[in-house]
Write a protein that binds this ligand. Structure first.
Ligand SMILES: [Zn+2]
Ligand SMILES: [Zn+2]
Length: 122
């Protein structure tokens, strides 16, 4: 059983199709392995409702916690700004093991991406 890299709470596995994401039972943060986040962003139908069940207010509190370590290799994760939505900052392993998103951030990411795409079509 994995522990949350941010608050060291217990992580539970939450599945969306064949993608399994670890979610913290304490802060609601989500750990996406390697390309899981990229895959879910392309196929986002309900993924946020199923996976991102944490309280965004809690998530915002934990957004201030920095310098966390990768649960896989222990390397200090670096902060990355989302290309499309620079207001969303997440932590990524420098070795590419995965990405950590605070509660509510995945929903934010998915929804804005959807609306941006919608607007581009019109
Ligand atoms: Zn946590
Ligand atoms: Zn790593």
């Amino acid at each position: 059983m994995m522990n949350c890299p941010k608050c060291s709470g217990d992580m539970e596995v939450s599945a969306y199709d064949e993608v399994k994401v670890d979610r913290c039972t304490h802060c609601g943060g989500l750990w996406f392995q390697a390309d899981e986040l990229a895959r879910l962003r392309q196929d986002t139908w309900m993924a946020d409702y199923i996976l991102d069940t944490g309280d965004p207010h809690e998530g915002r509190k934990f957004d201030r916690v920095h310098s966390i370590s990768c649960p896989d290799c222990g390397a200090v994760m670096r902060e990355e700004f989302d290309e499309d939505q620079p207001h969303i900052v997440y932590e990524a392993c420098p070795q590419g093991h995965g990405t950590f998103l605070d509660a509510g951030e995945f929903t934010d990411l998915v929804h804005h991406t959807f609306w941006d795409r919608f607007k581009r079509m019109h």
